[in-house]
Every structure is written in C-alpha cells, then in structure tokens.
Design a protein around this ligand. Structure first.
Ligand code: GLN
Length: 549
C-alpha cells in the first residue's frame, strides 16, 4: 500500500523545503523503498517556463520535456529517480484545466466552484500516474497561511481522508529563530504556524525545525506539547555547510525512523545504506586539489538561476577529487571592454564555461570570452546558448562573416543560428511558426544524439554511439556551415539521428573546446557526474598543471 508524505512549510519562506523533501526521499530510497517525488506550486503561471530566472530561479527540464520548478532538480539529484511531466503542477495549471473543462461543458451545467471543482482537480493530480510506489512525497510550495495555497491545503486535507489518515504523514518544515539578546532559540513562531496549519484541518505529524543549534530537551518537550506531537517527532535540521550532508544529518536526528514509526513500518524496515552519501560527504571535505572556473553568464546576480549547473560542476569536482571554485561573471561587463581587457580579466581561470540563456543582453561579452578561450587554448565548455555563441564566434573570426549572429537577437545579420521550424519528437512532427506562443513551445526534453567516432565527445561518453540529453531551446545552428567550419578546425561531432540538427561542436586542435546544444547539467548526480562536466574539470586541472600552452 502506497504511503503519502506531504512536506509543508511554515513561519518563513526560503527554508530549503526542496532540499528537505529531496533528503527525505533520499533516506527512504537508502532504506530500499521505491520513492516518487512531486511538487505543487500555488502560483498562477501555468508552468515556470515563461518566468525569468530572476523571478523563480532555474527552470528544470525533465526527461519527458516538462519545464518545472528547480526543486525537481534536487529531487532527481538526491534520489536518482527521474521526475516526469506529471510530477509538477501549479495553481495556474489547475485553474487552466478547470476552465478548459468548463468551456467544454464537462461540468454539465453545474456552477463551477473552488470547492469541489478546483480541489477535485488538485486531488486528480495527487492520484494521477502513480505506479504502486512505496512512498510518494509531495512538496507544497509556499508557506502555510498564504492565500494562494489555501485550496491546495484543503485538497490535501480531503485527500488524507480519502486514502486513510494512517497512510499519510504531514512533515512540517519551520524555523527556530535564535534571538541574540535573549540568548535562546524561540519556538513560538513554530507553535503559531502549527496552529495556522490546524485551521486548515491538518495536524503536523513530524516537525522539521531549521535551526542554528540544537534544542535542549526541555524546550523540545515544550514545543512537542504545544504542537501535539511527541518529542521524538521534533527533528532539528541544523544549518549544513554542504547540501549533500543533509540526508545524513536528518538520519542522525531520526527523521526516517520517525516517518517509519508513524506508518507503523519500523519493525520490518531495512536499515538504510548510506555508503554513497558518506562517500560524497567525505570527498567534499577532503578535496586534494582545487580548480578555478569562470562562468560567464547573464543571471549571475541570482545563483538559483544556475542551480543545476552549479551542482553539476560540484559533482565533476567530486569525481576529480577537486574543489571547483566558481567565479560568476556577468557577460554584460565585458561588452564595453576591448578583447585584451577581457583576456586580462579571464587569465587566472583554468576553464571558461558559457551557460544557457535567452535574449541579446550580454551576448557581445560572451563572444569575447569565447574568443579568449579559443585563441589561448583554455578549456572551454559552451551550453546551449554558449554553444550557439561559440558557433557565431567561429563564423565571425574564422570564416570572416562579421555580422554572423542568431536571429534570436534581431537586427540585420547573417543568420548562422535560427529558429527551428520543424523537427521530430517521438515520431511526431513538431511545427512552429514565428507567431507560436512562447510558453511550452521549445524543443524540450531528452533527444538522441549520434556521436562521431573518434571525436572528443565520443571519448567523453565512453565511445558511445548514441546518447540522450535534455534540451530546452528554440534556435539551432544552421548545418549548412558544417563544411566551411570544418575546414577552419571546428567540427560537428554530435548530430540528431537524421543528421540535420547539430548537437555538439568541438575544436580537435584545442586541448578542450566543446559546445553542446543540450543541457547536460540536468542529468548530473553527486555520485555520477555528467561525463562532459567531469571531462571539463579534468581538462581544467590539466591546464592548471601544465600552464598556458
Ligand atoms: N536562447 C537560445 C534558444 O532558444 C538558447 C536557449 C538556452 O540556452 N537554453 O535556442
């Protein structure tokens, strides 16, 4: 019988509910159970695909092509279970579905109301596409008391009654603030948050309290008393210096034990195998080497915008036993600099990475950074927009097409990158026109890519013939430039199986220069770094040792 765990948040936002949920999933997985992780976001966007990264951080792309909340990235990295389109829903999508049903006449003339129509739609989501998993974990976005979240809580309350309260556990993440002047942790905000949750008809079963320090036995007893839980169900989630320590810390505090006890499963439960987690944490705290990488991006003011990228670089560091020191550089700052000034600004780094992005801001700066890496034989890794700009830079510098650019940026240019109009997905033709909606119309999700034998890409992927990586883009390199670029030393080493869409470019006569149309950061795991990231850090470490060529 499937057990359902709801992770709710109280007191303040930004407590790291995503990591808390992912770590809970990781612990249950380490106990040998099958887990499924899902996220509900009460906001009214239909999905986060059209939101600026500055608004909501990175848009995480699932294998089956959903544009989702970045927390799904944590779920995948911590549990190594791929999420699906059906694992993420927003308030906007719920209302969208309800209104579509209303227009179709599905409600047979009824007055369409928040309860039951909207709540039923949410319950449909909770029940949909399940396959007898041992545990399904649902993170509810936002903080208890938010107006937007009310209907979600109501649906969750009803759902718990529908499936039987004994099959549901409410995990409540709160904060114990430390008040300097009083010299103590305060439990009152948590007590109030638990009460607010009870107003929605939900009794928290386990409290997960973010805190700077441990709570004394007496305070723990008091908090438990006021919140209607046992003292063992007050789990202290201490601030951690490394997110991959969190599953271990929760286990030490007894979280998985209390969950299993709640479900009456502790007796038969297998002990958790935490070997992998211990290994990861051990490596992270005993790095033998260090390497400096510059990421030249355009949302560097908010690192949440590059969550998976940041993690993938860390994973590559773990795989190479090296601390990856990342410097985030806004490409816009290079726009008004001369090439020499950019070279000077980048000379202390052992690797240059240009991540994905949208729009013209900062493009000229990225091109200068790429030129520096190409001409000075510094390891270079371009992702999506970064790959496209590597092609633009090569067309400008090597082919002499001064106004080579992407049609994404408008203006009068020779388009070497332009909008995809027709492509295949799962045997179905996808057609886009210039007037297509912006939301949900990109080339999204995992696609196969055939690797050229003997290329760097093929070596990186262990001589694989074909790989699958996740995409999220609207524009594509024009394959017509293949022969001319090859003559000048840039090779297309990965293509879609029909040979029409360039997926990977590289410069064989360079220690490491690779650009990929896809986003390899989404498939990286802490104990299994994505191969390109791993190879990039390896190349950067070599560059460090050998110095400039
Ligand atoms: N803006 C580019 C495109 O749409 C690149 C997208 C990206 O980097 N994810 O093709």
């Amino acid at each position: 019988m499937t057990k359902y765990i709801f992770i709710l948040g109280g007191v303040v936002s930004s407590l790291g509910k995503g990591i808390a949920s992912a770590s809970t999933g990781a612990l249950l997985k380490a106990r040998g159970y099958s887990v499924r992780m899902r996220k509900m976001d009460p906001y009214l966007n239909v999905d986060p695909g059209t939101m600026s990264p500055y608004q909501h951080g990175e848009v995480f792309v699932t294998e089956d092509g959903a544009e989702t909340d970045l927390d799904l990235g944590h779920y995948e990295r911590f549990t190594d279970v791929n999420c699906h389109k059906t694992d993420s829903i927003s308030g906007g999508k719920i209302y969208y579905n309800v209104l579509q049903k209303e227009r179709r006449g599905d409600y047979l003339g009824a007055t369409v109301q928040a309860i039951p129509h909207v709540t039923n739609e949410i319950k449909e989501f909770l029940k949909s596409d399940l396959h007898g998993e041992d545990f399904v974990l649902y993170e509810v976005g936002g903080t208890v008391g938010d107006i937007e979240g009310t209907l979600f809580l109501e649906a969750v309350r009803q759902f718990a009654n529908d499936v039987g309260r004994q099959n549901v556990c409410f995990l409540f993440l709160t904060l114990l603030p430390y008040i300097d002047t009083a010299g103590e942790l305060k439990t009152k905000p948590t007590q109030h948050a638990v009460k607010t949750l009870m107003e929605a008809g939900i009794q928290a079963d386990i409290l997960l309290c973010r805190s700077k320090m441990n709570l004394g036995a007496e305070e723990r007893r008091k908090l438990a008393l006021f919140c209607n839980v046992s003292p063992e169900d007050v789990i202290i989630a201490l601030d951690a210096d490394n997110i991959y320590r969190v599953p271990l810390a929760y286990h030490e505090q007894g979280l998985d034990t209390q969950i299993l006890k709640h479900f009456n499963m502790l007796e038969e439960a297998p002990v958790p195998d935490l070997t992998e987690w211990n290994k990861i944490v051990h490596t992270c705290s005993h790095y033998e080497k260090e390497v400096k990488i510059a990421v030249v991006g355009k949302y560097c003011g908010l690192l949440e915008a590059y969550k998976s990228l940041n993690e993938a670089l860390t994973h590559a560091g773990i795989a190479n036993n090296a601390k990856v020191k990342i410097t985030w550089l806004e490409s816009e700052q290079f726009e008004n600099m001369t090439q020499e000034q950019v070279n000077e600004a980048l000379k202390t780094y052992s690797g240059i990475l240009i991540p994905g992005g949208f729009g013209v801001r900062g493009i000229a700066g990225k091109i200068k950074a790429i030129r520096y890496a190409r001409e000075h034989f510094v390891p270079f890794f371009g992702i999506c927009l970064g790959m496209q700009m590597a092609v633009v830079e090569a067309c400008q510098s090597l082919l002499g097409i001064e106004n080579a650019s992407s049609t994404e940026f408008g203006g009068n240019c020779t388009p070497v990158i332009s909008k995809m109009k027709v492509w295949e997905q799962d045997g179905k033709k996808q057609i886009r026109t210039d007037n297509s909606d912006l939301g949900g119309t990109m080339r999204l999700g995992a696609y196969p890519c055939v690797l050229q034998e003997g290329s760097l890409a093929s070596k990186i992927y262990n001589n694989a013939h074909e790989i699958r990586e996740r995409h999220r883009h609207r524009y594509e390199m024009d394959i017509a430039y293949e022969a001319r670029l090859k003559e000048k030393g840039m090779n297309i080493s990965g293509k879609s199986p029909d040979g029409l869409l360039p997926e990977i470019i590289e410069i064989p006569n360079h220690p490491f220069f690779i650009g990929v149309q896809f986003h390899p950061e989404f498939t990286s795991r802490p104990n299994r770094a994505n191969p390109i990231f791993k190879a990039f850090i390896e190349a950067a470490l070599k560059y460090d040792i050998q110095g400039k060529v």
